[in-house]
Design a protein around this ligand. Structure first.
Ligand code: SF4
Length: 91
């Protein structure tokens, strides 16, 4: 997964901005379960360390799909905030 097109190549797991959402993956928490990849395949992929990274195509997934992916993560490693920094998930 070294040649994927990342939303922010400097910060593969974020934070990135997707419309009005700010999102990052806590790499220490992520266990590579890939639930996020199944729910939002245009947003997430696993890197060579089996940690979720954020694709450039993330903007193609609607907000509710991205939030559903965060909710589906078994260890709540996907953190989403609104533009004011208020946590959307985990609440
Ligand atoms: S669902 Fe959570 S633990 Fe699984 S790959 Fe995604 S961020 Fe990591």
């Amino acid at each position: 997964m070294d040649n994927v097109n990342l939303k922010d190549p400097q910060n593969p797991s974020g934070p990135v901005k997707i419309r009005n959402l700010k999102m990052h993956v806590d790499r220490d928490l992520c266990i590579g379960a890939a639930t996020c990849v199944a729910i939002a395949p245009q947003t997430f992929v696993l890197d060579s360390e089996a940690k979720a990274i954020i694709l450039a195509t993330a903007d193609n997934d609607p907000d509710n799909v991205i939030i559903d992916a965060a909710k589906g993560c078994p260890v709540a490693a996907i953190i989403i905030e609104d533009e004011t920094g208020k946590k959307i998930f985990p609440a």
